[in-house]
Design a protein around this ligand. Structure first.
Ligand code: NAD
Length: 273
C-alpha cells in the first residue's frame, strides 16, 4: 500500500494517516491496531484519557512490527498538567503501552483556566531530552497559547492536533500554523461520521468511485494535513487508508470548501474544561 510522510520541524517525520482510537475499549483498540498495522498503517493516536493504552500496546506486540517503523502518539490529560504530574503521567503511559518511548507526546488541552500548560510544556521538553519521547506537540491550542510556549521556551510544538472536518475547516488557524512552522493534525476528521452523508460529498464520491469517507480523508491528505480517522471495523480501517489511487480536482475542492458551516462538534478550548 502506498503511504505518505510529513516532515516535522525537529527533523523527524510522521506518517500522514494514523488510526484514531478514542472511544475504543481495550479489546477493540488491540484488534483495531493489529488490523491497521496489517493494512499498512504505521501511526496510532491514543491518549491516557482514552483508557486503552494497554490495548494499543497489545495490538502493537501482536502485529510484531519493528518499533522503529511505528509512530505512536499519546497525550497528557488535563488533571496531569504541571511539571511533576506530567512527567509521572508519561511514565505511566509508557508502562501501559509497554514501550520505552513514544514518537509524539501532546498536551491534550490547554486548560487556560488552570494555566499550567507552560509548566507542562517544560516537562515535555525535559522528557524529549531524556529520550522518552521523540517529538513534542500540543492539541487544541490557539495562537496565543502557541506563541506563549515559543516565547517562553524557544521550543516550537511540531504540530497542533485540532478539531477539523468539512463542517469546521479552521482556515485561520491553519494559516497561523503555517506562519509558525507548525503542522496541522485533524481530529474528528470525518466529523465523527456526521459528514459522511452530506450530498456534496456523496456526489464527489460517486464521481470518483470512492466512498465519502475516502473523499474526506483524501481532502485532508491533499491539503497537507495529518489525519487520524477512527474505526474499529476492519473493512473501514482498510478503506480509510486506501486513498492514494485518486485525486480531488479543483472543482471538488471548491465544493468542499463551501460546506464549512461553523459546525464545531467538540468544546471551545478556551472554555474546556
Ligand atoms: P472521526 O471523525 O474519525 O469519525 C469516526 C466515526 O466515523 C467512527 O466511529 C465511525 O462511526 C465512522 N466511520 C469511520 N470510518 C468510516 C467509514 N469508512 N465508513 C463509514 N463510517 C466510518 O471521529 P473521532 O474518533 O472523534 O476522531 C478521530 C480521532 O481523533 C480519535 O479517535 C482520537 O484519536 C482523535 N481525537 C482527538 C481529540 C483531541 O482533543 N485531541 C478529540 C477527539 C478525537
Amino acid at each position: 500500500t502506498q503511504q505518505s510522510f510529513i516532515p516535522l520541524s525537529d527533523g523527524n517525520t510522521i506518517p500522514q494517516i494514523g488510526l484514531g482510537v478514542w472511544q475504543a475499549s481495550q479489546e477493540q483498540a488491540a484488534n483495531a491496531v493489529y488490523v491497521a498495522i496489517e493494512s499498512g498503517y504505521r501511526h496510532i493516536d491514543t491518549a491516557s484519557v482514552y483508557k486503552n493504552e494497554e490495548g494499543v500496546g497489545q495490538g502493537i506486540k501482536q502485529a510484531g512490527i519493528s518499533r522503529e517503523e511505528l509512530f505512536v502518539t499519546t497525550k497528557i490529560w488535563n488533571t496531569d498538567q504541571g511539571f511533576d504530574k506530567a512527567t509521572a503521567a508519561l511514565d505511566a503511559s509508557l508502562e501501559r503501552l509497554q514501550l520505552s518511548y513514544v514518537d509524539l507526546l501532546l498536551i491534550h488541552w490547554p486548560f487556560p483556566k488552570m494555566d499550567l500548560y507552560l509548566e507542562t510544556w517544560k516537562a515535555l521538553i525535559a522528557a524529549q531530552a531524556q529520550g522518552k519521547v521523540r517529538s513534542i506537540g500540543v492539541s487544541n491550542f490557539n495562537l496565543e497559547h502557541l506563541q506563549r510556549l515559543i516565547d517562553e521556551t524557544g521550543v516550537t510544538p511540531v504540530l497542533n492536533q485540532v478539531e477539523l472536518h468539512p463542517f469546521w475547516q479552521q482556515n485561520a488557524l491553519q494559516q497561523t500554523h503555517k506562519t509558525l512552522g507548525i503542522e496541522t493534525e485533524a481530529w474528528s476528521p470525518l466529523g465523527q461520521g456526521k459528514a459522511l452523508n452530506h450530498p456534496t460529498l456523496n456526489a464527489i464520491a460517486e464521481k470518483h468511485g470512492k466512498s465519502s469517507a475516502q473523499v474526506i480523508i483524501r481532502w485532508h491528505v491533499q491539503q497537507g494535513r495529518i489525519v487520524i480517522p477512527k474505526s474499529v471495523t476492519p473493512s473501514r480501517i482498510q478503506e480509510n487508508f486506501n486513498v492514494f489511487d485518486f485525486a480531488l480536482d479543483a472543482d471538488d475542492l471548491v465544493n468542499i470548501a463551501a460546506i464549512d458551516n461553523g459546525g464545531r462538534l467538540g468544546p471551545d478550548p478556551l472554555e474546556f474544561p
